[in-house]
Design a protein around this ligand. Structure first.
Ligand code: GDP
Length: 196
């Protein structure tokens, strides 16, 4: 995918403010610090997402980036700080769950995990929810450079088992090594292509 433009469209905190232009979109979800912004930036070949999404006031928004004037990357707020569990429940739940369940433009959810950690309750709850509502989910296991091959394969198997998936269903990714980028783009391009 050749990226010609990345423009921040808007940050959204209520359902009524979601873009209504019918553009297809891919949303990115993950526990804080798994490298969600880094993965998005790596796909886009620039650092726009972190710059916008990590500015004060924007970390709790659903941030829409228009790519090549033709589709959106949607950065969902990170979840999972223990001290923010009230926030996770209060904000993540209503706006985002409704978004994931009802948004017709949403063609895929990319769930990002850290290869060194097994999915926690919040990850599992989200995966179950996405299955329940029939949202296409692509699981990306990031920071693969952090583990040597054998340990990595072991972890991938453990993560896949927890999610009731096969190891080959997971996209192994490393922002620092550029691993998984082409493979993830191929999957996303297919999902974003309008059906003929
Ligand atoms: P976010 O909170 O999920 O958006 O996470 P960030 O994108 O801010 O990344 C959190 C930290 O992990 C940063 O210090 C990144 O440089 C680092 N990081 C992200 N992806 C990778 C990766 O693939 N490998 C390594 N070694 N570090 C990464």
């Amino acid at each position: 995918m050749k990226i010609r433009s990345v423009n921040f469209e808007k940050g959204v905190v209520s359902h009524s403010a979601l873009p209504k232009d019918g553009t297809f979109e891919v949303a990115f979800a993950g526990r804080s610090n798994v490298g969600k912004s880094s993965v998005m930036n790596s796909l886009l070949g620039r650092s726009k997402v972190a710059k916008v999404s990590k500015t004060p006031g924007r970390t709790r928004e659903v941030n829409f980036f228009k790519i090549n004037e033709s589709f959106y990357f949607v950065d969902l707020p990170g979840y999972g700080y223990a001290k923010a569990s009230g926030y996770s429940r209060a904000i993540w739940a209503p706006l985002i769950l409704k978004y994931l369940e009802e948004r017709e433009e949403l063609k895929a959810v990319v769930l990002i995990l850290d290869v060194r950690r097994k999915p926690n309750d919040e990850d599992l709850t989200l995966v179950d929810f996405l299955r329940e509502v029939g949202a296409t989910t692509v699981v990306v296991v990031n920071k693969c450079d952090k583990l040597p091959l054998q340990q990595r394969q072991k972890q991938i198997k453990i993560i896949a088992d927890h999610l009731h998936l096969q190891a080959h269903d997971l996209v192994q990714f490393s922002v620092s090594k550029g691993q998984g980028r082409d493979s993830l783009w191929k999957t996303l391009e297919l999902l974003l292509t309008p059906e003929k």
